[in-house]
Design a protein. Sequence first.
Length: 118
Amino acid sequence: MQLHEMRFPDALPVDSYGPGFFRVGGQVIQGPVLILPDSGVRSWGGFEDTALILAEAGRLDVLFVGTGAEMAYLPVGFRAVTQDVGLGLEPMPTPAACRTYNVLLSEGRRVGLALIPV
């Protein structure tokens, strides 16, 4: 079997994560994080903080939402505002969201990521 290194042209993968932090593109961010094509990597205010997500919704096919260590339901208000702009949401535990995002990012897909720390 031949293994190939994943490449991320013009994108920022999640390098690692741990209790309360994420390392994205070599930068360590404490607390929740948002990764979007135009806005890059930044701290995220949680499910009430939708301005950047809505602004970039047209550039995304899906937003992966890491809900922490365990799967959790997304708040109704968050789901409603993203649905109104036609943005698909995929909630999953944060570790799975990071892995899925990185794989689809390496394929050149139009994906974003909103993460609650583990």
